[in-house]
Ligand binder design. Sequence first.
Ligand SMILES: Cc1cc2nc3c(=O)[nH]c(=O)nc-3n(C[C@H](O)[C@H](O)[C@H](O)COP(=O)(O)OP(=O)(O)OC[C@H]3O[C@@H](n4cnc5c(N)ncnc54)[C@H](O)[C@@H]3O)c2cc1C
Length: 474
Amino acid sequence: MSLKIKRLDATLVEIESSSVDAFDQSLRGVLLQETDPEYNEARKIWNGMIDKRPALIVQCSGNADVITAVRFAKDHRLLISVKGGGHNIAGSAVCDGGLMIDLSQMRGVLVDPEERIAHVQPGALLGDVDHETQAFGLAVPTGINSTTGIAGLALGGGYGWLSRAYGHTVDNLISADMVTADGEFLHVSADQNAELFWAIRGGSGNFGIVTRFNFQLHPVGPTILSGPVIYPLEDAGEVLRQYRKIARDLPDEASCWFVIRKAPPFPFLDPKDHGRAVIVLVTAYIGDLQQGEKVLAPLRELGTPLGVGIGPTPYAGWQAAFDPLLVAGARNYWKSSDFIDISDETIDVLLAAGNSLPSDECEIFVAQLGGSAGRVAADSMAFPHRQTRFTMNIHGRWQTDDMDDSCVSWVRDVYQKAEEHSTGAVYVNFVPENGEDRKIGPYGANLDRLRQIKTKFDPDNLFQSNINIEPLKG
Ligand SMILES: Cc1cc2nc3c(=O)[nH]c(=O)nc-3n(C[C@H](O)[C@H](O)[C@H](O)COP(=O)(O)OP(=O)(O)OC[C@H]3O[C@@H](n4cnc5c(N)ncnc54)[C@H](O)[C@@H]3O)c2cc1C
């Protein structure tokens, strides 16, 4: 029996079962087809809205399998997708009818404490990285949810609680190993294959499959000062007007993000306030705890808080603090925009959005960036958005498909109203679909150079299940 599988040009090709068997036998990992009992679990990703069915899933066990899979795809001109942690909101880790190259079994993290470098495989989750690095009191800046994959996050930019102190994840990538579209295995760094090294630091998964990331580590914690301050939504206008002034002057060690949502059942909140619409200021200070108390104090005094949860916290624990609110399997539709300041008009949009939350889990999450991450030249690597001081993420999140229309419409409506006050830029890892119409977009002024590099290394656009950088034609 032959296998029907989708090609890059969207036509179907029949591959003889002897070829599929030979591919299977050349792997140390596992090759799955629709008839295998593990297939359905293997095609699931974080966003429960995504329901795609690859013809084949290869669960790679190491670099050799990745090279074999890319060469098999190239020889048959197959549509492929690449899965790291499977968190991408657009669902680009899975493809319909093609070959899914699943790296999630490759979760190794090796720390060299003397050199302060972490060698990380592409299936590792942020929690894996923090677990290994924190054993040495070290960390690399990543994101704020421990079940996110390091691979997709790092290739798009990667920001979190350490970004203002130590830059984004891309700023801490020293070198990497990767498999390019022609199945070649390359080491990339500032000295070797430098243009690919430039491109993968923000160009997302467009240039090849990274099989190892080598990150610079920094001393962090293991205890940091962090936690939320919660105010009623009724006070959010005044809170935000004061917040934006304080945020402007915070030192690099401090970050304060804010979230507008219905209050989760935090233990430090009166149960009568659980489920009430609130604004949560979420703080972290990476440094001396007493100094942190002083720096963060004004954020507790912007009105009468409903509750304050700031205190000394293990860094790795803080990295997982939002996990219970972000469990896999829910339905999600997110949209995002970048800002330099929070204008009065933006505050009005945020307040109206907070007063019309369509589900208990929908929220608007605004990250404070800048600091060290804002002082890197915009053309020093593919990630361009160095002027961004705040990234707004409108998290549409709900459980059942009967709420799809109301939640998606809410997200789009808030996005449209806020977009005119934004910079027009967007972080590539928060783009929910290809083809968005933006003033600046995810790749900004670096797009032309990225297209040239794409044309050189992937002229047939093998790596296209992503926020795609199309190769130049002719
Ligand atoms: C709950 C949640 C919280 C998040 N929080 C943050 C945050 O705090 N900060 C932040 O910066 N981002 C955050 N993100 C966004 C996150 O960076 C992206 O979703 C990212 O794509 C996740 O990477 P992944 O490996 O899990 O994704 P996947 O879905 O597995 O992969 C995404 C894409 O990356 C590419 N890719 C994956 N692995 C490789 C590889 N080894 N080589 C080449 N290409 C590859 C592929 O194109 C793939 O389609 C969050 C996302 C979610 C869902």
